[in-house]
Design a protein around this ligand. Structure first.
Ligand SMILES: *Cc1c(COP(=O)(O)O)cnc(C)c1O
Length: 463
């Protein structure tokens, strides 16, 4: 009997082994190292005969499992790395088991898009956003920014009576932004808009990354009425600064532009009455990017784009599968593949649906408020210790700091990360080498912050 048939008969045992191994990992995630020092020698040829799933699991455990770090654990504070709630794991497993190719919501074959459409409604409700947004899942905020900016590009063309999707880009597209995330800049490159073409808007005075509204208006006036795209921020990565959305609303009454908000993780401020003022007015944007594998705590890869329904035709013009005539009118015969980059897509919404349904608004309010509390606790430590210095005030969930002797930052961070007790990422802010610690994992507790600060104190003695 070949391995495939044997595995089919043995699937129960295989999945039991995987479940037990998964539980062992999750139960010890607090102890597992956040950095891996070793490497693995890679195999470059495939054996004629396989080893079966149990054999593969054994090989994985011998070769790769030991190098896997606790990036889904409570002290992985580098980048903006979320964890996985229990319900999200359950939903993710079922996504694999059912293995849908999520496109349509009725009719021929698979209709799993219904689950995706419902999940978008749940997210809009979580964020107190109006239901006039159409949304869908993509792999991450990078692809969400790409999707939103692609529709914005089509909108710009329409202002001049052109169809950029069909004709190509025939005019320079004006893009204004103060502190765009690198993925938006990358999206401009991918979209043929040119990553060098951003017209920079000044940031506000006083250690801010938010755009200066007066300067924004000057830059708009210099365009002499030409339409443009504004990329604004709901949470910059270094200091989690938010643009003033109420002020942008007022400009939107006066000028003709596409307003995009990158709210990859900052959008979750809406989950708590303590912080929702930060996103006040964001509902008037044309498009919004939100990551799910960060603060929603679902496994990679998961993010949503939210584009105003009023722009649906532009979205379909941008993404319609030109050789999919059998789909008919994309509005009547809805299929996700006419609204976003990918054609084949897994049911990414299911882990999000599980976790939203399991924990509700209250659950996410608690996660957000607890993470912010941990950021404040950590920043208190930074503030009170003479060897450290905050580079910016803590506005939400990220602490951006440096060493009083800035030249020690690289050595300090390398040594700290090498302990495997906590992981943070380097940055450069306000002309200084710095370190960022971002709190978006539901597991992070006071004990984790204490463990990390103890490790930091120890490294100080070694410098
Ligand atoms: C993380 C992040 C992105 C990129 O998201 P990916 O999910 O890594 O593609 C974009 N914008 C902001 C503000 C982010 O924090």
């Amino acid at each position: 009997m070949n391995h495939l048939n044997k595995d089919q008969q043995n699937l129960d045992n295989i999945l039991t082994d995987v479940k037990e191994q998964g539980m062992a990992y999750l139960n010890q995630i607090h102890e597992r190292a956040t950095a891996s020092s070793g490497g693995v020698e890679l195999i470059n040829s495939l054996a004629a005969e396989g080893v079966g799933a149990e054999g593969a699991l054994k090989q994985f455990n011998e070769r790769f499992e030991p190098i896997i770090v606790a990036s889904s654990g409570p002290r992985y504070w580098g980048f903006v790395t979320g964890g996985t709630t229990p319900a999200a794991i359950a939903g993710d497993w079922l996504t694999t088991i059912y293995d849908q190719n999520t496109q349509s919501a009725k009719g021929n074959g698979d209709i799993s898009a219904l689950i995706e459409l419902e999940t978008i409604q749940l997210l809009l409700s979580l964020f107190n956003l109006p239901h006039q947004f159409f949304g869908g899942f993509v792999t991450g905020a990078t692809l969400s920014n790409f999707t939103c900016l692609a529709v914005a590009r089509q909108w710009i063309g329409k202002q001049e009576g052109k169809d950029f999707a069909r004709e190509g880009i025939t005019d320079k597209v004006n893009v204004l932004s103060a502190t765009p995330h690198s993925s938006s800049v990358k999206s401009l490159a991918m979209l043929g808009l040119g990553s060098n073409n951003i017209i920079p808007v000044k940031v506000m005075q006083g250690n801010r990354e938010a755009l200066d509204i007066a300067d924004l208006e000057l830059k708009i006036q210099a365009l002499n009425g030409a339409p443009f795209i504004l990329i604004s921020s709901a949470g910059t990565v270094n200091t989690v600064d938010f643009d003033d959305f109420e002020a942008i609303n007022r400009l939107k009454q006066k000028y003709n532009f596409w307003w995009h908000i990158d709210a990859a993780f900052g959008g979750f401020a809406a989950c708590s009455p303590k912080y929702s003022h930060l996103v006040q007015g964001w509902e008037n944007a044309d498009s919004i990017t939100v990551d799910c594998h960060k603060w929603l705590n679902v496994p990679y890869e998961s993010a949503v784009f939210l584009v105003k329904e009023a722009h649906q035709l532009l979205q379909v013009e941008t993404f319609q599968n030109s050789n999919a005539a059998y789909l008919g009118n994309p509005m009547e015969n809805f299929s996700y593949l006419n609204f976003l980059p990918e054609n084949s897509r897994r049911l990414k919404a299911l882990p999000a649906w599980f976790t939203l349904t399991s924990y509700g608004k209250q659950g996410y309010q608690e996660i957000v408020e607890s993470n912010v509390e941990m950021a404040l606790l950590f920043s208190g430590f930074i503030n009170n210790h003479p060897a450290f210095e905050l580079l910016a005030p803590v506005r939400l969930n990220t602490v951006c700091f440096t060493l009083t002797d800035e030249s020690h930052v690289p050595e300090f961070l390398n040594k700290l990360n090498a302990t495997g007790k906590v992981f943070m990422t380097p940055t450069f802010y306000n002309g200084k080498k710095g370190i960022r610690a971002a709190f978006v994992n539901w597991r992070t507790s006071v004990a984790d912050v204490n463990l990390a600060t103890a490790a930091m104190l120890e490294i100080l003695t070694e410098l």
